[in-house]
Design a protein around this ligand. Structure first.
Ligand SMILES: *Cc1c(COP(=O)(O)O)cnc(C)c1O
Length: 404
């Protein structure tokens, strides 16, 4: 059974809650998590949802309830996940470029931590010595991922400690007797090629010799999901087989057990989400027919930020004659969602649904042009809930201080 919401379901939710509206289907998240559970042996793997993709507290609670752990990108996300009910040992904080005070805060909360700079590793050693286990985030100098802006492991990337500085890492570990329990690499997002993960595995295999207290090998996230029709995602079954074999090789070589850790964001929540908008205006100009919707990159920035492709469907007229439209928003910037896209005939007032809007959709939304961020609706087991209300003028003014 597929966990996709039908055009008819999306339409009726949009009519009930108004537009623009983000709609999330919890059962789809469960379905994606089950695929990972099936592919990776539970005794030798752990999955942490990279929650920066979507932090609505109901999504966090759902993820927790299905047994998935959580990865955070800021100490505020750590606080949110704890508030959502995650036990500290189920939370991982993979930092980058942060002040040491955030690491101290994470340690005080008792969560798992990955450190990504020599300077923070040194401060960590000086303060905690061997008393608190910590992982090291490495930069493997591997180019991978769907777009340069979402590639994080290459030789010009700011993320992780460059692997060529391993001697400096080892010197710090030895000087302060730091308890290194993990190695971490996240090469980027939309990685279809399983071999990228295997290259990382080879690096871990070699480096593990230097870290006798190592327990986990964290391969990050970045599994690709289909955005276009007939597009293929990462072959999770194949990845599972290869990772299980890798952990077996580690066990034979080092005579003890290791766990493979993963941090998928998009894989878990991209396809669960939809953004439904309404067409305000049609505008014909030489060669281009614009469909202007009541949204913009203030609600879904991925097309303008990453040249991302989001499938769009006219859910008000699915059987209409096919025509080409350039779909734009209503903010005072170029906010094109799709160029020259074939859609069923669009009329003013029609509802357009954007697919794959669960990951990095609402989470990257802003109030630019003093527009309200959309409402968020959660569908779970056939029931529909308002999971986040639309902004109001009060929300826009809440932090402003009237001094004049
Ligand atoms: C963003 C991020 C992820 C998740 O990436 P996806 O492409 O959404 O799977 C995982 N790990 C780290 C450290 C990240 O920064």
């Amino acid at each position: 059974m597929s966990s996709s919401l039908t055009a008819e379901q999306l339409r009726s939710i949009a009519v009930e809650y108004g537009t623009p509206v983000y709609i999330y289907h919890a059962n789809k998240i469960t379905e994606q998590y089950e695929k990972l559970k099936k592919a990776f042996a539970p005794s030798s793997s752990r999955v942490f949802y990279a929650c920066k993709a979507l932090t609505n507290i109901n999504i966090l609670r759902h993820v927790r309830s299905i047994g998935c752990d959580v990865d955070c990108s800021s100490v505020n996300e750590v606080h949110m996940t704890l508030k959502a009910g995650f036990e500290p040992q189920r939370v991982l904080y993979t930092s980058n470029g942060i002040a040491f005070s955030e690491i101290e805060e994470a340690v005080a909360l008792g969560v798992n931590v990955n450190i990504d700079s020599l300077s923070n590793l040194e401060k960590f050693g000086a303060k905690y010595g061997h008393s608190y286990p910590v992982g090291i985030r490495l930069r493997p100098n591997i180019m991978a991922g769907g777009h340069l802006k979402i590639s994080t492991g290459h030789a010009q990337s700011k993320f992780g400690i460059p692997i060529e500085q391993i001697d400096e890492i080892l010197a710090l570990v030895s000087r302060y007797n730091i308890f290194i329990n993990g190695l971490h690499v996240h090469t980027g997002s939309e990685i279809k090629d399983v071999e990228v993960f295997m290259k990382v595995a080879d690096i871990f295999f070699e480096l593990a010799a230097h870290f006798p207290e190592l327990q986990f090998l964290d391969m990050g996230g970045g599994f690709k999901v289909p955005y276009k029709e007939n597009e293929e995602g990462t072959d999770i079954g194949l990845l599972g087989e290869k990772v299980t074999a890798f952990i077996g090789r580690m066990r034979s070589a080092y005579n003890r057990d290791f766990q493979a850790w993963f941090e998928p964001g998009k894989f878990l929540v991209s396809e669960c989400g939809y953004l439904v908008t309404q067409v305000n205006v049609l505008k014909q100009s030489a060669g281009t027919l614009f469909a202007g919707v009541n949204s913009g990159f203030n609600h879904l920035i991925r097309p303008m930020f990453y040249e991302a492709y989001h499938r769009i469907e006219n859910i008000s007229n699915p059987a209409g004659e096919k025509k080409h439209y350039t779909v734009t928003g209503n903010i005072c910037e170029t906010d094109t969602f799709a160029w020259d896209r074939e859609l069923s005939e669009v009329r003013e007032g029609d509802l357009l649904a954007f697919y794959n809007a669960g990951a990095y959709g609402y989470e990257m939304a802003s109030n630019y042009n003093a527009r309200y961020r959309p409402a968020q609706v959660l569908v779970k087991d056939g029931r529909t809930y308002l999971a986040g209300r639309r902004d109001t003028m009060e929300d826009l003014l809440r932090n402003q201080v009237e001094v004049l």
